[in-house]
Design a protein around this ligand. Structure first.
Ligand code: ADE
Ligand code: ZN
Length: 335
């Protein structure tokens, strides 16, 4: 049964700022695409896939996530993946999404970059027209690969346009942001905005590097910042957004339980934190579940939930009347 509290959480307009489109690949669609593309899967059923989603950290997840993405081959597959995401989140009052994609995961398998960007762009346009959801695309460099590979990817992507910014994802341990300074400088020079995953499994020093060397505007995850009080003060003073993903952090054992998550401490410290879903098909919930389950586990108040929804738009790359309209809509949701 839905409680009045859950209904309030559901009714809040929300922006999704930390979502890997490859992480929305539900097992059912994975099978469908494997069949369509005559791709082999080592799993024989949806249940068998779901049973494998038991992770002991980021790397064990990434291994299976890259394997799943192997069924994505053609432009239509990327459209269908993103369209499935948009139709799923529209009833959750998701109004705007800034979506990561990992081109190197696909170009390394000889999928043309053009197929990836065209399929995703078509779904984004359709979502705006048919569902009223606005969106932007963020190209992520895989940090387990080297900077030359990232530079090559950026050079390949720029002529196609269609991206609002770049990000940095994949295995964080021993792969500091400083390794990607040059490619981020090139992206900035090309007019792209910058974000990076940092402080998920990596130390607070990686967050500092992302800010100082990559000049990111938002930090994805960033939850380990609380280990460095000076950094927390800086993040709060500079109003740097943290895109926090509670269900992901729990599934990947960044926190032992959802009740141990530090989201409330981040808010109390004045950090511009908001709640997102990372790889919802793998972590057991989309934006609605991230709000609802986190609120329950941490005992968040309606006022805190409203702040989180507001923060999601304040941290987004929307501007002007469009942003104001969403903020005003949050304010009028009755407590
Ligand atoms: N790619 C997809 N999900 C990720 C995560 N949580 N951290 C780093 N890279 C990712
Ligand atoms: Zn992520």
């Amino acid at each position: 049964m839905t409680s009045a509290f859950d209904a309030f959480a559901a009714a809040l307009p929300k922006a999704e700022l930390h979502l890997h489109i490859e992480g929305t690949l539900e097992p059912e669609l994975m099978f469908e695409l494997a069949r369509r593309n005559s791709a082999k899967l080592r799993f024989s059923s949806v249940e068998a896939i779901k049973a494998a989603y038991d992770f002991d950290g980021l790397q064990s997840f990434l291994d299976i996530y890259y394997e799943g993405a192997g069924v994505l081959r053609a432009e239509r597959d990327f459209h269908d993946l993103a369209w499935a995401y948009f139709t799923r989140v529209a009833p959750m009052n998701l109004k705007h999404a800034e979506i990561f994609f990992d081109p190197q995961t696909h170009t390394s398998r000889s999928v043309p970059y053009e197929a990836v960007i065209s399929g995703l762009t078509q779904a984004c346009r359709r979502a705006e027209k048919e569902l009223g959801i606005t969106s932007k695309l963020i190209l992520c460099f895989l940090r387990h690969l080297d900077e030359d590979a990232a530079l090559k990817t950026l050079a390949e992507a720029l002529p196609f346009g269609g991206i609002a910014g770049v990000g940095l994802d994949s295995s964080e341990k021993d792969r500091p942001p400083s390794l990607f300074k040059k490619v981020f400088a090139k992206a900035r020079a090309a007019g792209l905005r910058c974000v990076a995953h940092a402080g998920e499994e990596g130390p607070p020093a990686y967050i500092v590097e992302a800010l100082d060397l990559l000049k990111v505007e938002r930090v994805d995850h960033g939850v380990r910042c609380l280990e460095d009080p000076e950094l927390v003060k800086r993040l709060a003073a500079e109003r740097t957004a943290l895109t926090v993903c509670p269900l992901s952090n729990h599934k990947l054992r960044v926190f032992d339980s959802l009740a141990d998550h530090n989201l409330r401490d981040l808010l109390a410290a004045g950090v511009l934190a908001s709640v997102h879903s990372d790889d919802p098909a793998y972590f057991g919930g989309y934006v609605d579940a991230n709000y609802r389950d986190t609120a329950r586990a941490l005992g968040l108040t309606k006022a805190e939930l409203r702040t989180l929804a507001r923060n999601s738009f304040l941290s987004s790359w929307l501007s002007g009347p469009e942003k104001d309209r969403h903020l005003a809509a949050i304010d009028v949701i009755a407590s």
